[in-house]
Design a protein around this ligand. Structure first.
Ligand code: GLY
Length: 392
């Protein structure tokens, strides 16, 4: 595999690393906002993205609601305060009901939904409700596997010809299949996840380390057809969050499968991302942009990338020439998020992390907070705070 080397690593030479005190201060600030949001949302869930930085209330029907529960679990791990645990466990009941009723689960985002909300609850407390919910979610995810092409179909009715494609985001959904496959000694799940990963690796990741958002397959032959964007700027650009899903998805795959190729793949996608970062390190919502384009940033892509780099640093040998740069990048990026992107207004219902982009083409959540950005910001802080054990 050809790994394009980083072009602009010099600017990360003298990065001041975050101190434990700075990380703790950021977590304390996030906890104040989370407490305010607990009172505000009560038994409802926040919408995927904010309007004027405030989430609206909604039932447990979106692909993003698990991130709110995940934030509560992270708050519980940080504070050990049982109030977070109690509310999160009530939400686990809601997730169990949802998957039993198959309510709004006709898509591949089962990993995003059930890993931070329920696999977490099982790992932290041994909750059997959470275990049952997670296993059912994995079953639902597996039901979307397409033999022809060997991938999990993202959207639309399973097998629908006009939606016969995978999307890069699913790199964060397949850990649910690896987890469930290991728990249940279910080889089929492991094989499906392996085949999906291979299909994704061979299609959405381009030779130079940039990425397509989605990739279509021929339904009859299973042959890969074409890369097309949905949330990125154009078919041949690199949507920043898609790139970040790859930066985190590859180390998660390595964690389960120890595939040596993953190291070079990680370097390829991460080097491309790092080279496109602007002066303050937080990416524009698509990596095609530079300063003169005056486009909004996607802070959530930054937070996801920090988590992915932090995960891969556990496995990258000390002899790796880029290890120090990657470490510096994650410190620089998280430090910038803490200083200039974290909300400190403490308004009820407010986001933790401002300036994300959900979907530019449809005008949803543009230069707004979003729930996954908040979750991965908290996860990144927890990773810097302690030896955090993954939910993924
Ligand atoms: N997984 C959908 C998104 O990243 O917007």
């Amino acid at each position: 595999m050809v790994v394009t080397s980083m072009q602009h690593s010099d600017r990360f030479k003298d990065i001041q690393h975050l101190s434990q005190q700075q990380v703790k201060a950021a977590l304390d600030q996030a906890i104040i906002q989370i407490d305010s949001n607990i009172d505000y949302f009560n038994e409802t869930f926040p919408t995927p993205a904010t309007k004027h930085n405030i989430y609206e209330k909604m039932p447990n029907t979106e692909w993003t609601t698990g991130f709110w529960t995940g934030i509560l679990w992270l708050a519980y791990e940080y504070t050990h305060d049982e109030k977070y645990q109690k509310l999160a466990l009530r939400q686990v009941d809601s997730f169990l009901k949802r998957i039993v009723a198959k309510d709004h689960v006709d898509h591949h985002d089962l990993g995003f939904l059930y890993t931070p909300s329920c696999v977490s609850a099982y790992k932290l407390l041994g909750s059997q409700q959470a275990y049952a919910a997670s296993i059912l979610a994995a079953e639902q995810l597996a039901s979307r596997f397409q033999e022809k092409g060997g991938f999990i179909q993202a959207w639309g009715g399973a097998g629908a010809e006009d939606n016969y494609r995978l999307i890069i985001d699913a790199l964060l959904n397949i850990p649910l299949l690896y987890w469930a496959g290991n728990e249940q000694h279910n080889k089929t799940y492991l094989e499906m996840a392996d085949r999906h990963y291979k299909a994704a690796k061979e299609t959405v990741i381009r030779e130079d380390g940039s990425t397509y958002h989605t990739y279509y397959f021929d339904k009859l032959t299973g042959k890969p057809e074409k890369g097309v964007t949905r949330q990125g700027y154009s078919d041949d650009s690199s949507w920043a969050r898609g790139q970040a899903w790859a930066i985190y998805g590859v180390p998660l795959h390595y964690r389960y499968r120890h595939s040596e190729d993953d190291i070079a793949l990680f370097e390829k996608v991460t080097n491309y991302f790092i080279d496109k970062l602007p002066d303050d390190y937080v990416p524009y919502w698509d990596l095609i942009f530079s300063e003169q384009d005056k486009q909004p940033r996607d802070s959530s892509a930054g937070a996801i990338a920090v988590c992915g780099i932090a995960e891969m640093m556990k496995y990258l040998p000390e002899s790796n020439a880029n290890k120090q740069t990657y470490t510096n990048v994650m410190h620089a990026l998280l430090s910038e998020l803490i200083t200039n992107y974290a909300a400190d207004d403490k308004v009820p219902g407010e986001t933790l992390l401002k300036h994300g982009v959900y979907s530019w083409h449809s005008g949803k959540g543009v230069d707004e907070g979003n729930l996954w950005g908040d979750y991965f910001y908290m996860e990144a802080l927890m990773r810097f705070y302690k030896d955090w054990q993954l939910y993924w």
